[in-house]
Design a protein around this ligand. Structure first.
Ligand code: PLP
Length: 420
């Protein structure tokens, strides 16, 4: 794509694509800047330059530990959520294989980001594990009974995202955590019933991973309350920098590194630490948690206003986001009989409004969205899909400006579609 140069120069630009990425907060940027030039030391160096960088990393690690209710050493900084997900999935399965475990089974969902789906496919290709992909109900949420039924004695990992990037559906992470906790306790109790001399090896628990990349802005991510062993997140979705993220790994989870090198991050993740990025993510997560309630209210009020106006003013606009159970930012619509790509480009060029047809990463392909299909939406209705994701800097005027253009644009493309 990239029609930016065709946009009229004087046009005010409006951004409704906060699920793809967010602008870096000024407070975050100003904390980061000194670590590019004045305090440029390598956090692994023993001299004062290095120690100054290491101390900034320690502060960021503590800020992350506060946000996720974990210990500072349980925070492993990565290059983003893609790497965090790969480390969680491949790192755990590799770790268990090294301990001699075989015929392992993993459960995830069909609505995960590709950064979970692809590592899971890799597990099957490399014969490390079999994978079950859970479907979702029409509201985009997994069925807990289906999850419980899918668990076998071989299941070692359950990975369920916290909030969906496309439609914003929130998964019942705490309930999943409770189910896993109950099954783990049962496995252990059954083993303890066996007489000491006759017992085999202690049963392996099921580990629970959640990709919380789209949740951190909006939802409580206390890993203890959620009963989560591993949690992935990313800086650029929370008004922090790109190229930095983290995997929270509960102490004792047998993850091994997937990147061999300099043994940084307690050997979980080799590579020179991205000090400015880490400082930025620490500040961004602190602000996200401190302002969560206020931002959630503001963003959801605006999102609800947008949903109300679209529903009233544009016929045959189906809201695919189950608003009561979604992140405050999301409003995903199918404009039946119109092409999503055409609407996106027209909004960009005619109105200066940025939206998405799906997740930013999947929108390079014109294939029907796996998430929408899993929710039971007809293939033809997935083509007119547009995702609006609002952010804390959006205003009512932004929504009004969008609505000055959207009804006409949708009508224009419907009129051009002979079948409609
Ligand atoms: C749910 C989810 N997981 C993972 C990612 C990948 O994150 P990153 O860009 O930090 O690699 C994204 C980005 O869109 C996402 O939405």
């Amino acid at each position: 794509m990239g029609f930016g140069n065709l946009i009229k120069k004087s046009m005010k630009k409006i951004y409704f694509d906060h699920s793809a990425t967010t602008p870096v907060d000024q407070e975050v940027l100003s904390k980061m800047l000194p670590y590019f030039s004045e305090n440029f030391g390598n956090a692994s160096s023993m001299h004062s330059f290095g120690q100054s960088a290491a101390s900034a990393v320690d502060n960021a690690r503590r800020a992350m530990a506060t946000a996720f209710a974990c210990e500072p050493q349980e925070v492993i900084f990565t290059s983003g959520a893609t790497e965090a997900n790969n480390l969680a999935i491949n790192g755990l399965l590799k770790g268990l294989a090294t301990l001699g475990h075989k015929d392992m089974h993993v459960i995830t969902t069909i609505v995960e980001h590709d950064a979970v789906i692809e590592p899971c496919r890799e597990l099957v290709r490399t014969k490390l594990a079999n994978v079950t992909y859970l479907g979702v109900k029409p509201n985009g949420v997994i069925d807990l009974e289906e999850l419980e039924k899918a668990i076998t004695d071989q299941t070692v990992l359950v990975s369920v995202m916290y909030a969906n990037s496309e439609v914003g559906a929130i998964q019942p992470i705490k309930e999943v955590g409770k189910i896993i906790k109950k099954i783990n306790a049962h496995r252990l109790a059954e083993w303890e019933k066996i007489r000491v001399g006759e017992r085999g090896a202690k049963p392996l628990p099921i580990y629970f991973h959640t990709d919380a990349t789209q949740a951190v802005n909006f939802l409580d991510c206390n890993i203890k309350a959620l009963h989560v062993d591993m949690l992935s997140m990313s800086g650029h979705k929370i008004y922090g920098p790109k190229g930095v993220g983290a995997l929270i790994i509960k102490e004792g989870t047998p993850v091994v590194t997937i990147l061999r090198g300099g043994h940084q991050e307690r050997n979980f993740r080799s590579g020179t630490l991205n000090v400015p990025g880490i400082v930025g993510i620490g500040e961004a997560v602190t602000l996200a948690v401190a302002n969560r309630e206020v931002n959630n209210k503001q963003v959801s009020d605006l999102r609800n206003y947008l949903v109300e106006r679209i529903t009233k003013e544009i016929p045959q606009a189906v809201c695919n986001t189950d608003i009561p159970n979604a992140t405050p930012s999301h409003a995903h619509f199918s404009f039946l009989g119109a092409e999503g790509e055409s609407i996106l480009l027209a909004l960009d060029m005619e109105a200066g409004v940025a939206v998405s047809t799906g997740s930013a990463c999947a929108s390079h392909t014109l294939k029907a969205s796996r998430v929408l299909l899993a929710m039971g939406i007809k293939v033809e209705d997935t083509h007119g899909a547009i995702r609006f994701t609002l952010g804390k800097h959006n205003t009512k005027e932004d929504v009004d400006e969008l609505m000055n253009h959207l009804p006409g644009i949708v009508k224009k493309f419907r009129d051009m579609a002979p079948a409609y």
